[in-house]
Design a protein around this ligand. Sequence first.
Ligand SMILES: NC(=O)c1ccc[n+]([C@@H]2O[C@H](COP(=O)([O-])OP(=O)(O)OC[C@H]3O[C@@H](n4cnc5c(N)ncnc54)[C@H](OP(=O)(O)O)[C@@H]3O)[C@@H](O)[C@H]2O)c1
Length: 252
Amino acid sequence: MISICILGSGNVAQQLVSAFEKADNIQLVQVFSRKQNAISTLSKSVSIIQDYNQLEPVDLIIIVVSDDAIVNVSEQIPFQNKLVVHTSGSVSMESLSDANRKGVFYPLQTLSKTKEINFMEVPLCIEAETNSDLKLLHQVASAISNNVYEIDSNQRKSLHIAAVFVNNFANHLFQIGKEICIKQGVSFEILKPLIFETANKINTLSPKDAQTGPAKRNDTTTINKHLDFLSNPNHKEIYKILTKSIIDNGKL
Ligand SMILES: NC(=O)c1ccc[n+]([C@@H]2O[C@H](COP(=O)([O-])OP(=O)(O)OC[C@H]3O[C@@H](n4cnc5c(N)ncnc54)[C@H](OP(=O)(O)O)[C@@H]3O)[C@@H](O)[C@H]2O)c1
């Protein structure tokens, strides 16, 4: 049995609590939560603490708090030489307190406490300072996910930026598409099969090969008509930048 404490009770912490509770060979001992009710509704069995001095000396402590609080929380842990990891895509492993052994346990997925997810499908990116700690993180990660990757801090930084493009930016484009539809009295529903097919296509084609549309065809007549139609200056700018990027990409 590998014993674990989770520090935090937000989106990722709650998904991890659910995942660890279903896992064999993992004992979730405690969750540190500033809000008593945040976890108690989720788990009846886990002990909830609100004081770092109540932490038990478990095998692994996972800090799952907002990025700007990670360093401070790592400094509150009242132990020496324990394995302490965080779950952030953008915070370096080195920034954790020197008092303990350091690592990273980054789930590369958009996680919300209100949206159930099959954690076995979530890619987990792990990093540690020593092979033995990496081995332990591998065991823990494999207990809750079928997709475990050893990723160093530089690779994780790149992955986080790539994730912003494919998730946050793509989702913002869905939002713009929805606004354009609604303005003309068309339901956003009609675009959903196109969105799903766009995502599905990359299972069989590279994103470059899957690209279609006026920019890919370098169809300046249609591109100019679209630019004339768009009244929102941000939408116009985004359309221009993405069109240029697709045209330039076609020349490579
Ligand atoms: N959500 C995602 O999709 C996702 C995906 C991958 C990685 N991550 C990473 O996972 C970590 C947690 O993200 P999240 O989405 O779960 O955030 P979140 O839902 O906003 O939750 C943040 C948690 O941090 C706690 N917290 C904030 N400041 C604190 C402090 N000074 N001391 C103690 N606790 C503090 C909050 O406590 P209160 O509730 O009491 O304020 C809350 O429990 C971040 O490093 C994030 O980058 C997130």
